[in-house]
Design a protein around this ligand. Structure first.
Ligand code: ADP
Length: 639
């Protein structure tokens, strides 16, 4: 009984010892697990795999005894395993041989795929080898290899589990360390980048400041430039203003000068008009009386009739000349009126010949007969101006000729041009003087000769021809004669020479019913002329007044059938007088004819505007006047 009790006691004691041992193991395990966090903590502090390896080794060796422990790490470059930490270090060589063998046998690779401690067949010096992969969830970091010290006993399953847990923990710590290192490196890189960027920023800031300063400098410079340009501009504006002012001043001066020129021109026109008037007034008497004489058949059939005719022709030529003087003044002013028409060349030349003949006769120069093929030839030109041209050339041909000399005329017509040559056998023009031909007032060396002249005739001739679309040139041989050749456009129609002939035969005086005429005129010869004209009709009562005022009085009293009135009257002029007559009821309907030596276009226009029925110019064309008088009184005075 006692023996069985002791046995039981012994069993209980062994049981207690076992439980105490187990208890010790649990406490130690808890202790180990408790301190596993240190590996991580250390990792964060030290960050070195070596430190992780030695900490791990410490904990593992607390759990079981190893002869050799080593940590292998994967070389990322060639995917091989390298021993990184081996204890004792002198076992590294034998351990490497063991590893090679394990790799060769495939046990190493097999262990890599296990998530626990593996015990390969191969041993080192007869001692058990343990392998445990060092891996995190994502990748394999390496391998733990341990050679147990005690060949006989293998650690318990719990111990092996704990070792496995520690090694996993180490693998994570290694991973964390690597990540930590990477993060740190990234941080460092980032910091470096920040530093770099900051540096770059600073540099940029400095650059910016510099360029700002530069810009400011340039702005200052530009502002200064602008200010100076502005200043210059202001000065320029001032200068322009001054120029403008002086321009305005000179413009004003110009206006004043123009006004002066205009008034001078006006004075010139006035002078010409006056001169024309003064010449026309006596000519009116000459031409008027000769026309009155021509009305008498008896007189015209006598020898005196021939003289009367000569007086009238010469008077008419004088009238043409006066007109030409006015025309020449107009040429200079560019105001000449060209009335081009078809004119019969033979008619014009005959008229010119008739005028030149007396001069030729006097000089003993022979005027050759006009060519006989001229009758149907026409020029397209202004009749008066063409006459003036031929008179100039023919009179020169006679003037600059010698006794017994001759003057000839040659005519050639083409479709485009009529060519008329005036040829003389006169004194000719010295060769060295010929270049000065057509120069105003240049008499080409004949100034001291007896031949009178002004040196203007050919200048005027040339200008007239140019105005009519013609030309002139000449050739001359000193001592032998001169030839002037003029060209003018030919006319477009053949002309009957008789068509244009001026008939000198007077119209026949007819018997009429009586009427009254009031003539207001301050020039006595003109009144006498009017009396002579109207004396052919005893039925016509002519009353005259010497001034506008007395004329108006008379008009009111007698209410004549027609009033004839001069313009240039002593006090009130003709324009004012007619206006007055037209405003008064009893005289308003009396037709008033202006009869004035003032033949300027302007005066005629003014006269018509003032209220005259017609504006006749002196010298009076008697037939035209009588026809007008007849039409105003409803009578026929001439047949
Ligand atoms: P004027 O005859 O009044 O002097 P013109 O202008 O008619 O002026 O002529 C200019 C000059 O040309 C004349 O002075 C004269 O020397 C020269 N002349 C003109 N026509 C002839 C001519 N037919 N023969 C010789 N010389 C002439």
């Amino acid at each position: 009984m006692k023996q069985s009790g002791d046995k039981e006691l012994e069993k209980l004691r062994q049981r207690l010892e076992f439980l105490e041992k187990v208890n010790q193991q649990y406490i130690s395990t808890l202790d180990t697990l408790n301190s596993l966090g240190d590996i991580h903590g250390n990792v964060r502090q030290k960050r070195s795999p070596q430190h992780i390896f030695s900490s791990t080794r410490q904990y593992i060796c607390r759990l079981t005894n190893f002869d050799v422990t080593a940590f292998l790490m994967v070389n990322e470059d060639n995917n091989s395993f390298e021993i990184k930490d081996c204890l004792p270090q002198n076992s590294q060589h034998s351990l490497q041989s063991l590893i090679d063998s394990l790799i060769e046998s495939g046990e190493f690779g097999w262990a890599l795929n296990q998530s626990r401690i593996c015990q390969p067949q191969l041993k080192l010096d007869g001692k058990t080898v343990l392998l445990h992969v060092l891996s995190s969830r994502t990748r394999i970091r390496g391998m733990f290899i341990g050679v147990l010290a005690d060949t006989e006993s293998v650690p318990s399953v719990m111990t092996l589990g704990l070792i496995s847990a520690i090694l996993y923990n180490s693998a994570y710590a290694l991973e964390s360390a690597t990540l930590y290192k990477m993060v740190m490196k990234d941080n460092q890189d980032l910091e470096l980048m920040v530093v770099d960027r900051t540096k770059a920023l600073n540099t940029a800031q400095i650059e910016l400041k510099k360029s700002n300063e530069e810009l400011e400098g340039r702005v200052k410079e530009r502002t200064a430039e602008l200010l100076s340009a502005n200043k210059k501009l202001l000065a320029e504006v001032e200068r322009r203003k001054e120029i403008e002012n002086s321009l305005r001043e000179s413009e004003n001066n110009l206006i004043a000068a123009r006004q002066l020129a205009e008034s001078a021109n006006h004075a010139k026109s006035e002078f010409l008009s006056k001169m024309s008037h003064e010449l026309r007034t006596p000519l009116n008497a000459i031409l008027g009386f000769s026309q009155v004489m021509e009305l008498s058949d008896e007189l015209m059939q006598s020898e005196n009739g021939y003289y009367v005719n000569e007086i009238r022709t010469a008077g008419e030529h004088l009238l043409v000349l006066i007109n030409e003087v006015l025309d020449l003044a107009k040429i200079e002013a560019g105001k000449i009126d060209i009335n081009s028409e078809n004119i019969n060349l033979a008619d014009v030349l005959r008229e010119c010949y008739a005028l030149i003949k007396p001069l030729a006769k006097k000089k003993g120069v022979k005027l050759k007969e006009l060519p006989d093929h001229l009758d149907n030839l026409c020029l397209y030109a202004d009749r008066t101006l063409v006459k003036q041209v031929f008179i100039n050339l023919l009179s020169n041909a006679v003037k600059y000729n010698t006794e017994g000399g001759m003057v000839d005329l040659k005519v050639d017509f083409t479709d485009e041009m009529a060519e008329i040559r005036v040829i003389d056998s006169g004194i000719g023009i010295k060769e060295d003087m010929q270049q000065y031909m057509f120069q105003p007032f240049n008499r080409l060396g004949v100034e001291s000769s007896k031949v009178e002249g002004t040196g203007m005739g050919l200048v005027i001739t040339k200008n007239l021809l140019l105005l009519m679309g013609g030309q002139i040139d000449f050739k001359s041989k000193f001592g032998h004669g001169t030839e002037f050749c003029i060209r003018l456009p030919p006319g477009f129609e053949s002309f009957s020479p008789t068509k244009n002939k001026v008939s000198n035969a007077p119209d026949r005086i007819l018997a009429i019913k009586g009427f009254s005429v009031l003539y207001i005129e301050n020039d006595a010869p003109n009144i006498r002329l009017m009396e002579s004209i109207l004396s052919k009709w005893p039925q016509i009562t002519l009353t005259s007044a010497l001034s506008a005022e007395s004329g108006i009085e008379l008009a009111r009293e007698m209410i004549p059938d027609v009033i004839i009135m001069d313009i240039n009257l002593s006090e009130m002029n003709g324009y004012e007088a007619v206006k007055l007559l037209k405003t008064e009821k009893q005289t308003a309907s009396i037709p008033v004819i202006a009869l004035s030596a003032n033949a300027m276009q302007k005066s005629v226009k003014q006269g018509m505007e003032s209220g005259f029925e017609r504006y006749l110019t002196k010298p009076l064309k008697v037939v035209e006047f009588l026809k007008l008088l007849g039409s105003l009184t409803g009578q026929v005075l001439l047949q």
